[in-house]
Design a protein. Structure first.
Length: 281
């Protein structure tokens, strides 16, 4: 099962690029962020023509997430939900369309677009940390239900200095502060593994390059787009790659797709219960 995440920075601007990429890669599930369009205006038909189902949670000009899948999604939920949030929290969190989840073969796919935060001194930064804390509580609830999780998206956090092209310059700043990393670690709690770091331990691998100052041409990037899976799925993980080729397109997104391959002997295999034996990472 090939699962991918991609911040496309406007679904309508990059539509032809996304369709071309799907034709080349043939993913089973593609999670998109920053679609920047209301649900009624999302270009659903081009994906349906390719045999894909589409689930959308969007808003005008900003944010927006979607799940594109070969199999019809089950138990689709838009935004945070459950009895763990106050009415005020739910109202604030639903104001920005940043999370959509669905079940596939007993695995809960959670697609997120974490707020950028702007600067450490801004109100947007406080919102970012609060949002991540709500995500941690959300995952706590899914874990209590026994859900096996595949969490992915644009996290706007570089987990370590290895994930920044110039850590001496950017360490401690936005997307690389201790506060943000602690909030991300609180989301993961050791229960989820960073798929990319299972296969690649070194620096120099980026998923985002600023549009300014020839960042892509100079290879000055960050790794802020991630896929995390429950440890119980780790024995099924066969690969995780960043495909930077779409970044060379005319008018590209500033992000590249990230993909994992979960290899099931039986494509219809379901994972409703934890496996007795799994690889500890």
């Amino acid at each position: 099962m090939l699962i991918a995440t991609w911040n496309v920075n406007s679904i309508r601007t990059r539509l032809s690029q996304i369709i071309n990429w799907i034709n080349q890669v043939n993913p089973d599930i593609l999670c998109l962020q920053e679609t920047k369009v209301i649900d009624d205006s999302f270009p659903v038909e081009p994906f349906k023509k390719l045999g894909y189902s589409v689930e959308i949670y969007g808003q005008k000009s900003y944010n927006g997430v979607a799940i594109i899948s070969k199999k019809k999604a089950e138990n689709v939920k838009k935004g945070f939900y459950g009895n763990i949030y106050s009415d005020q929290e739910i109202a604030i969190l639903h104001d920005q369309k940043r999370l959509i989840s669905a079940d596939f073969n007993g695995i809960k796919i959670i697609n997120v677009y974490v707020p950028n935060g702007s600067s450490l001194e801004s109100n947007k930064f406080e919102y970012k940390i609060n949002w991540l804390n709500c995500l941690a509580s959300f995952l706590d609830e899914q874990e209590k239900k026994g859900s096996l999780i595949c969490l992915m998206g644009d996290f706007n956090v570089a987990p370590s200095y290895l994930d920044i092209h110039d850590p001496e310059k950017y360490e401690g700043g936005i997307m690389a502060s201790e506060v943000e990393r602690n909030a991300l670690n609180n989301v993961l709690k050791g229960r989820l593994i960073d798929c990319f770091r299972i296969f690649e331990k070194s620096t120099g691998h980026w998923s985002w390059w600023d549009y300014r100052n020839n960042a892509y041409e100079l290879n000055k990037g960050w790794r802020i787009d991630h896929i995390y899976i429950s440890k119980q799925l780790s024995s099924k993980l066969k690969s995780c790659v960043i495909d930077s080729s779409p970044r060379t397109n005319p008018r590209p997104s500033d992000h590249a797709p990230v993909m994992i391959d979960l290899n099931f002997d039986d494509p219809n295999e379901h994972f409703y219960e934890e496996e007795d034996n799994f690889l500890e990472i």
